[in-house]
Design a protein around this ligand. Structure first.
Ligand SMILES: Cc1ncc(COP(=O)(O)O)c(C=O)c1O
Length: 381
């Protein structure tokens, strides 16, 4: 039992699951080239926006015939524009295993009010039965469930000859996990997650089949300007070259470009995945070595390497939610881990962000503090 405080603290205690830690080389000076006070439609603005798009393609290995757009309202904006623009053409399957997927299912059933919708739900810690998914329908899912720490292990379950589209919220997976682009028709993410960029803008990645849907199907409901990707039945190609629908933050764009530059220095996608894997492994190993803590994900193959969620399993704990909150509070008060309480809708526990901007040395320095905070709280309750 550890009652003494560990000697060392993480150099950076930022383990929030979004906005996530800036990359370790970040300084505000790195943003000095931002074309502030200039039009995003001037040559310099357009060049930066196109560099953000093409840098994304390069690092994520997105095929040349996929469109990549920078859109308003972060990942939420990107997901909503896909749902409202494309759904309704055929039946829909919503795969839900945590809070964000549940939110998308609510929008499709209660706001869009589509009738041919099957919602397949699994408890926190598990996945729905992926073998039962009907790919004649459009399928909406979250690659990495940020609030449960459960991800799909790969895209093998997605049919190559699907008739419907796959619409994937990959915001806590992109830049940390392999995304099989041939299986994904619409993919969304935001800058504030794995690369530690700024909130505000979302990215939407469209396969040729997604573009075909946009050009061949007009929903029965009106679409606000910030969701519209077509004009007169044709894709607005400019959006995918950096002519954004409305005004972007050029400071956020500069920050994203700096994050992409940093990503290149750690070996691009491979390096980012390796960093997240090493961080997550440190937490997994800690859970294996202690019998009072466990990963929330039941199946090791589905454990997230970014939003690692853990639960306390000690029989002495009286009130699970209060206990977990108190542990998170102790960690924050000691300045060793900020924002690691489980998401508000998730089971009691902690969520430790392990994406590539976090240093493995910091995760390793945090873990003895977990031991300390757990034992301190057991003694205090
Ligand atoms: C899976 C998932 N979807 C959507 C969101 C919302 O993202 P944003 O606030 O960037 O719109 C989050 C944020 O944590 C998330 O984890």
């Amino acid at each position: 039992m550890v009652t003494e405080q560990p000697a060392a603290r993480p150099a950076n205690p930022r383990f929030s699951s979004g906005p996530c830690a800036k990359n370790p080389t970040f300084t505000l000076e790195k943003l000095a080239d931002a074309p502030l006070g200039r039009s995003h439609r001037a040559a310099i603005g357009k060049q930066k926006l196109l560099a953000a798009i093409e840098g994304t393609r390069e690092i994520l290995g997105i095929p040349a015939d996929y469109r990549i757009g920078i859109v308003p309202a972060s990942d939420t904006g990107a997901v909503e524009m896909a749902l409202w623009s494309m759904l309704g053409a055929r039946g829909v399957e919503m795969l839900v295993w945590e809070s964000f997927g549940a939110g998308w299912a609510t929008d499709v059933t209660k706001q869009l009010k589509l009738d041919n919708v099957a919602v397949k739900t699994a408890d926190y810690g598990t996945l729905p039965d992926l073998a039962s998914v009907d790919f004649a329908k459009d399928v909406v899912f979250t690659w990495n469930g940020t609030t449960s720490g459960v991800r799909v292990a790969n895209g093998d379950w997605i049919a190559d000859d699907r008739e419907g589209l796959t619409i994937c919220d990959a915001t806590s997976a992109a830049f940390a996990q392999d995304l099989p682009w041939d299986k994904l028709d619409v993919t969304t993410f935001s800058w504030q997650k794995v690369l530690g960029g700024e909130a505000a803008h979302g990215m939407i990645v469209l396969s040729p089949r997604a573009v075909e849907r946009l050009e061949s199907y007009t929903p029965a409901w009106p679409l606000p300007k910030i969701f519209r990707m077509t004009k007169g039945g044709k894709l607005i190609e400019g959006i995918f070259k950096g002519e954004t629908i409305n005004t972007p933050s050029m400071l956020a764009v500069e920050d994203y470009l700096a994050a992409l530059d940093w990503a290149r220095t750690v070996g691009g996608l491979k390096g980012l995945i390796a960093r997240a894997d090493a961080n997550a492994k440190a937490v997994f190993d800690f859970c294996d070595a202690h019998d009072w803590i466990a990963n929330l994900a039941d199946d090791p193959a589905t454990r997230s390497n970014t939003s690692v969620c853990v639960k306390f399993t000690d029989a002495r704990i009286k009130d699970g939610a209060a206990f977990a909150k108190a542990v998170a509070k102790r960690l924050e008060a000691e300045g060793v881990a900020y924002d690691v309480g489980a998401y508000r809708d998730a089971p009691a526990g902690l969520r430790i962000w392990c994406g590539g901007t976090v240093e493995t040395a910091d995760v390793k320095a945090l873990l003895p503090w977990l031991d300390w905070a757990f034992n301190a709280e057991i003694a205090a309750q």
